[in-house]
Design a protein around this ligand. Sequence first.
Ligand code: FES
Length: 200
Amino acid sequence: MADNINNGRRRLLTTVTTSVGLVGAGALAVPLVASMKPSARARAAGAPVEVDITDLAPGQMKVVEWRGKPVWILRRDETMLLELASIVGDLSDPDSAVVEQQPVYARNAHRSIRPDVLVVLGVCTHLGCAPSKNFDKGVASGLGDDWVGGFFCPCHGSKFDLSGRVYKNVPAPTNLEVPPHTYVSDNRIVIGIDQEETAA
Ligand code: FES
């Protein structure tokens, strides 16, 4: 991952992050940076948000807010990553053909920059309800024997996999949206600024 970050861009983004919001324990430990956080009003208007994922263990997810919407950050474990290939035939858009739903750098099977870290808006693409995570498998999930973990929208039953890809035969028409984001270090993500736009 670190090899993929252009050094010049890293310096630029490090500078940029002094003016964005910071989420996570690190924010409390660095008063100077915290004091430079934009107001809630500025964040609602679209200011970038920086997130520290150092403490995010494999299999865990955290939720932050950007532009008034929830952003899910999921660190997928090895098993979760293997499941992504096993259900391709059940998905409507497994290859991210609907280009509006993700930046070019997230047009891959894992729909992310780092294969293990998914960054996606937690807003159903049907009518905007909030899906729930359901990482149980099979019968224990309540979503059928063949459920391998993902997200379920309780409003009308849409289902999404662990990359936010929508299943066939549900009301939601497209995959969940991947917001613009980039890494300023191995474990710090800025939501709202695009990664250098090269295909992953
Ligand atoms: S809003 Fe999610 S299925 Fe309708």
